[in-house]
Design a binder for this molecule. Structure first.
Ligand SMILES: C[S@@+](CC[C@H](N)C(=O)[O-])C[C@H]1O[C@@H](n2cnc3c(N)ncnc32)[C@H](O)[C@@H]1O
Length: 284
């Protein structure tokens, strides 16, 4: 993927969240405060201009996203469910005793910034490519950086996750932790995904959990994003952020077992499809 420039897909997800804030009914799904925080972050970071953010909050923007839903059926609203799913898992994990939260490929996600003040004893870490992470850090600093939020600028293709975490004096490798990998795994080379799960297991304590999203595979092993998959894959490729990894829902449990994780028996039903993505929870 292009690493020198801030991620376009991260900006797209964030703008999508801002627009969902205008769609009737979405206030029941979206985590509290996410829309305003995301809009502010986009402006303060300089990732998107004030005017464009204002436009994203208009009914016309809602109409445009709905018109494009033919390409990825249900995906516009699915971003709200994806954010809600990840936040639910983080809150559940903290309730169960997690003292660390790690958001991988965080983009312009605001979970850490919104939750850090409410959970002062929990350390929140975020990692993203330097080009995106630097912009985000500029925005977060302008909005007020909570002392328990740690923003790390790293390319996980270049440096191993365990090395990044172990080099951080605040990271506790034996603490129960919640890891979020939202909208990230499909952008990683296939070999790197298994390694990432293994490193997440190696860098965290017993009782840790991972909330992740992934694209399902067709029988030929290619990603399945609905009837217009070929067009989506082509657009992502020419945009410089191609999808490289997918897996079928039937294979995910075996994959997790092979890489240091499992799915709790009572949680298998949470391997759910929403829009074109699946939501999964791995337990250590
Ligand atoms: C589609 S965006 C999702 C952003 C965020 N998780 C969300 O859902 O709002 C994917 C993010 O993963 C980051 N990413 C992709 N490959 C990465 C890598 N090798 N190292 C660090 N970050 C990476 C991109 O920079 C981008 O911010």
């Amino acid at each position: 993927m292009q690493t020198a420039k801030p991620s376009k897909t991260a900006r797209k997800v964030a703008l999508n969240i801002v627009t969902l804030g205008t769609k009737r009914g979405m206030e029941k799904v979206l985590p509290s405060g996410i829309v305003d925080a995301t809009a502010k972050l986009l402006v303060e970071s300089g990732a998107v201009g004030r005017k464009a953010v204002r436009f994203s909050r208009s009914r016309i923007a809602v109409g445009i996203y709905l018109a494009f839903d033919w390409m990825m059926p249900g995906q516009f609203e699915a971003f709200a469910h994806r954010k809600a799913f990840c936040e639910r898992q983080v809150r559940k994990g903290i309730e169960a005793g997690a003292s660390q939260v790690l958001v991988l490929g965080a983009g312009y996600d605001t979970l850490g910034w919104r939750l850090a003040p409410a959970f002062a004893k929990v350390h929140f870490f975020e990692i993203d490519h330097p080009a995106t992470a630097r912009l985000k850090a500029k925005g977060i600093e302008a909005m007020g950086l909570p002392t328990n939020l740690h923003l790390l600028a790293e390319d996980l293709d270049e440096r191993r996750l365990v090395d990044v975490l172990h080099a951080n004096a605040t990271w506790n490798p034996i603490a129960p932790t919640v890891i979020v990998a939202e909208g990230l795994l499909m952008y990683l080379p296939p070999d790197a995904v298994g390694v990432l799960f293994e490193q997440c297991a190696a860098a965290t304590g017993a009782g840790s959990r991972m909330a992740f999203t992934y694209i399902g595979s067709r029988s030929n092993g290619r990603p399945d994003a609905g009837p217009w998959t070929w067009l989506i894959l082509w657009l992502l490729k020419i945009g410089g952020e191609p999808w490289l990894w997918s897996i079928s829902a039937e294979e995910i449990l075996l994959f997790l077992n092979e890489h240091g994780w499992t799915i709790a028996k009572d949680q298998t039903e949470l391997i759910d499809k929403c829009g074109i993505e699946f939501h999964g929870i791995a337990i250590k």
